[in-house]
Design a binder for this molecule. Structure first.
Ligand code: NDP
Ligand code: ZN
Length: 182
C-alpha cells in the first residue's frame, strides 16, 4: 500500500466502523436522521471548511461518539486506528457516570486543557450541532432550550480558541444566528 492510499484506507475504515457501531441510532430531529450523518459532517467541516488533512483528526472525528454513545471501548480502537486516534476520541468523550449538568460543566472546564487535535474535533462537533439546531433541531426543544445550548456551546468554544481561527469564525457566524432561533 503506498502512502497516498493509506490515509484514505484508514479514513474509510473509520467511517465503516462508526457506521456499524451507530447502525441502530438516530439523531433527535423530526426525521430521525441516521446518526452516522453527524460524525461524517464533522469530518466534512474539518477537511473541507477547515482544510485539515491530519488523518488522525479526521478518523477521530468520525469515531468521536463511538465510546460515548455505543459499546465501543478505547481498547477496541487502539489496534485498529492507533493510540493517537484512540486518545483523541477519549479526550472528547464525556464520563457518562456523571450527572448531565456536571458533564456539561466539565466540558467547559476541560476545553482549554485537551490536545490541539481534540480541540479541532470538539470545535467541529459544536459547529455541527449549532447547524443542526438551526436547520434540523431536536423535535421537542423550545426556543429557550435551543438558546441555552448555544450559550453552553459558546462557553466550551471559548476554551478551544486559538486552535483554528477560520473554524472559530464559522462557529461565531452560527452563534450570531442565536437571535433567529424559533
Ligand atoms: P442533550 O445533551 O440531551 O442533547 C444535545 C445533544 O444531542 C447534542 O449535543 C448532540 O450530541 C445530540 N443531538 C442529536 N440530535 C441533535 C440535533 N438534531 N440537533 C442538535 N443536537 C443533537 O441536551 P442538552 O444539551 O440540552 O442537555 C440537557 C440539559 O438540558 C440537561 O442538563 C437539562 O437539565 C437541560 N434541560 C433544559 C431545558 C430547557 O428548556 N432549557 C429543558 C430540559 C432540559 P452529540 O454531538 O453527542 O450527538
Ligand atoms: Zn457529536
Amino acid at each position: 500500500m503506498n502512502t497516498e492510499t493509506q490515509p484514505i484506507s484508514s479514513f474509510i475504515k473509520a467511517v465503516a466502523f462508526a457506521a456499524y457501531k451507530h447502525r441502530t441510532q438516530r439523531r433527535k430531529d423530526v426525521d430521525a436522521s441516521p446518526y452516522i450523518n453527524h460524525p461524517i459532517s464533522l469530518a466534512d467541516v474539518l477537511a473541507n471548511e477547515g482544510g485539515i488533512d491530519d488523518i488522525n483528526v479526521l478518523c477521530a472525528a468520525v469515531l468521536h461518539d463511538t465510546i460515548e454513545d455505543t459499546t465501543t471501548t478505547a481498547d477496541e480502537l487502539t489496534p485498529i486506528f492507533g493510540a493517537k486516534v484512540m486518545s483523541i476520541v477519549v479526550e472528547v468523550t464525556d464520563d457518562k457516570s456523571l450527572a448531565k449538568e456536571v458533564r456539561k460543566q466539565r466540558q467547559v472546564e476541560h476545553a482549554a486543557l485537551i490536545s490541539p487535535e481534540a480541540k479541532l474535533v470538539k470545535l467541529a462537533d459544536k459547529i455541527c450541532n449549532l447547524r443542526d439546531i438551526l436547520k434540523t433541531p431536536p423535535s421537542d426543544w423550545s426556543v429557550d432550550r435551543k438558546q441555552t445550548y448555544f450559550d453552553w456551546a459558546a462557553k466550551v468554544v471559548a476554551g478551544l480558541r486559538g486552535v483554528h481561527p477560520g473554524l472559530e469564525a464559522v462557529f461565531d457566524g452560527l452563534f450570531q444566528q442565536r437571535g433567529d432561533l424559533t
